[in-house]
Design a protein around this ligand. Structure first.
Ligand SMILES: Cc1ncc(COP(=O)(O)O)c(C=O)c1O
Length: 443
């Protein structure tokens, strides 16, 4: 069995010093099998190493922020050179103009862009701008996993402690009638959605219909391109599906891990945050670190890579090979109805169903446990351009080992005796239970 002793020690100290023991809930220990949550020290390409010296093929890679691979040299070089000339000044740099030009070349539906650090900075700025433009307050969000760390969205989740009532309503994806009913109230400032997700593509005419409904009701249409940007295409979902939103919000892979996000959109709206308007000004986005040079230079190097290397083709190719390989392994073990790899090739997920064919956290945890044991770290099978044939082959081999154990659990109808520890639990939930951990006495 792999040794996770040192990781466990560091993790325990992290819990003493950092609430939740991680800086992102999705990175939390409760998202991993107990006693098997590696604390990482290094990454290169598609591989990472933990504090005990274990090597893993990694998936997801920084919550989907690293699409070119860890330690991708051209991005590192560009960022280091920029940083050496100073990172933050009292006035804009020319780099801000060049980065804005690069961005707007990629996203022709947008006329202006403003950079920040977190995706939530951008989505929350879009909410404020839409409210200022329309004079309305309600935000309509699609029933998709995540849009922001801020109150207007977290207030709609299970983890809404500390948040006063929010004016946010939810609508189902691919259902124009439901959205039409919501918009008919005349109170909606913005419609927020991811144009597509790993498992859900827009039905024919859906996005065009959303666009038309927003136009009819004078509501701003906002695409969240956090995941689709640089993964569906460099120009995001709007380039793939040919529907132009009023505003779009970007982040994640823009800097191949360097922190950068962006709010982009039509000039008539974005100018409300500028100096070329007679209307009341909107505090659009204004952050100390927004124009920091290393991340903007990293972004420009990412754009160059997307122009010259076709990383999306590489991540899709890896994804297709992986899905075929793992689904074949599941079929060979007679568990194809229970263990399935699905989704867009650049954004694969695995479905872990129990003996009755129902989604199961316990079976998911068993699969994660066996993947970790055999050198694969991932909450999904989201690939990067660095996932080469070796990484895919190693993962398929790990899945073959995992499938043997999974099959035993399916035959028994339960994971008892196979799963070591408690199952994982949803990242956003009301209580620490069922993965509460005991306080310990500080030395
Ligand atoms: C679709 C989507 N929108 C917005 C966000 C928020 O981005 P950030 O964590 O950079 O604030 C996320 C983060 O996971 C996301 O997946």
């Amino acid at each position: 069995m792999r040794d996770f002793t040192r990781s466990a020690e560091i993790q325990a100290r992290l819990h003493d010093l950092v609430p939740g023991g991680a800086h992102t809930y999705a990175r939390g220990v409760d998202q991993y099998p107990e006693s098997m949550a590696p604390v990482l020290v290094r990454g290169k390409g598609a591989r990472v190493w933990d504090a005990d010296g274990n090597e893993f093929v990694e998936y997801g890679m920084g919550l989907r922020s690293v699409t070119l691979g860890h330690g991708y040299e051209p991005v590192l070089r560009a960022a280091a050179e920029a940083a050496a000339d100073g990172m933050s000044f009292s006035r804009p740099t020319e780099l801000e103009l060049l980065a804005a030009q690069d961005f707007l070349d990629l996203v022709p539906g947008a006329d202006m862009v403003k950079f920040a650090k977190n995706g939530s900075d951008a989505t929350t700025a879009a909410v404020r701008l839409a409210r200022a433009v329309t004079g309305r307050t309600t935000v309509a969000v699609c029933d998709q996993p995540f849009f922001s760390v801020d109150d207007w969205f977290i207030g709609t989740t299970e983890m809404s402690g500390g948040i006063p009532a929010v004016d946010t309503v939810t609508f189902p994806y691919n259902d124009l009638d439901a959205l039409a009913t919501i918009l008919a109230s005349g109170t909606v400032a913005a419609v927020f959605l991811e144009a597509a997700t790993a498992l859900a593509e827009p039905l024919s005419g859906y996005l065009e219909g959303v666009r038309a409904l927003c136009d009819r009701h004078a509501t701003l249409l906002v695409f969240d391109e956090m995941i689709t940007g640089f993964r569906w295409s460099a120009g995001g979902a709007q380039a793939v599906y040919g529907v132009t939103p009023d505003l779009s919000c970007w982040g994640k892979a823009m800097g191949n891990g360097f922190p950068l996000s962006a709010l982009a959109g039509k000039r008539e709206y974005m100018e409300l945050g500028g100096l070329r308007t007679d209307r009341d000004r909107v505090f659009l986005l204004s952050t100390t670190h927004g124009p920091e040079t290393a991340a903007l230079a990293a972004f420009r190097a990412v754009v160059r890579a997307y122009r010259t290397e076709d990383p999306i083709a590489r991540m899709e190719e890896a994804g297709r090979a992986l899905a075929d390989g793992v689904n074949a392994v599941a079929a060979a073990h007679g568990i194809a109805d229970h263990l399935q790899v699905r989704g867009r090739p650049s954004c694969l997920i695995f479905r872990t169903l129990d003996a009755e064919g129902l989604p199961s956290q316990a079976f998911r945890t068993l699969f994660l446990q066996e993947l970790l044991e055999h050198g694969v770290l991932g909450q999904s099978f989201v690939t990067s351009a660095a996932h080469d044939a070796d990484a895919v082959a190693d993962t398929v081999s790990a899945c073959a080992e995992a499938a043997r154990v999974y099959r035993r659990a399916i035959e028994r109808g339960r994971v008892d005796g196979l799963l070591r520890g408690r199952p994982v639990a949803p990242a956003l939930r009301r209580t620490a239970a069922p993965r509460r951990i005991e306080e310990r006495t500080l030395p």
